[in-house]
Design a protein around this ligand. Structure first.
Ligand code: PRT
Length: 107
């Protein structure tokens, strides 16, 4: 099993210690514009797969997008803890706005 955090650690290793044949190292070598182009392409592929009924295909496209987003995060010096913090901040903010009659998924 591989979590997004573990994927991020592998990506950071490739960034710090690139080697021939690593696709991740190739993306860092090509630079930000290439990484952004791949994020755009993969996002478009998620949209197309999302319109279809094949959930395995959609799963694969989402994984491709998450991988390329992870490379973008590393390229820009963001780490998963930063994303987690922002998600937690939003959960608290939006949670605070929730009307009292809204059902609580925790209960
Ligand atoms: N999760 C991924 C992952 N998802 C997708 N890809 C690669 O992303 C590429 C996208 O395919 P495309 O056809 O869109 O692109 P392409 O034509 O091959 O390449 P471009 O010319 O467009 O750049 C493929 O080569 C996939 O293998 C990934 N490559 C690596 N990882 C993870 O990164 C780790 C390190 O991989 P390396 O850097 O290759 O050692 C692996 O163990 C995986 O966990």
């Amino acid at each position: 099993m591989q979590s997004l955090d573990q994927l991020y650690q592998v990506v950071r290793c490739r960034q710090a210690d690139p080697f021939e044949g690593s696709y991740t190292a190739y993306l860092f070598e090509e630079g930000l514009d290439k990484i952004l182009k791949k994020v755009g392409e993969e996002a478009a592929e998620v949209i197309i797969a999302g319109k279809n009924t094949d959930r395995a295909d959609l799963t694969g496209e989402i994984c491709d997008l998450l991988y390329h987003l992870t490379v973008l995060m590393a390229e820009k010096g963001l780490d998963p803890a930063t994303i987690d913090s922002e998600l937690a901040r939003r959960a608290e903010k939006i949670g605070n706005k929730k009307p009292s009659h809204a059902s609580d998924p925790e209960s």
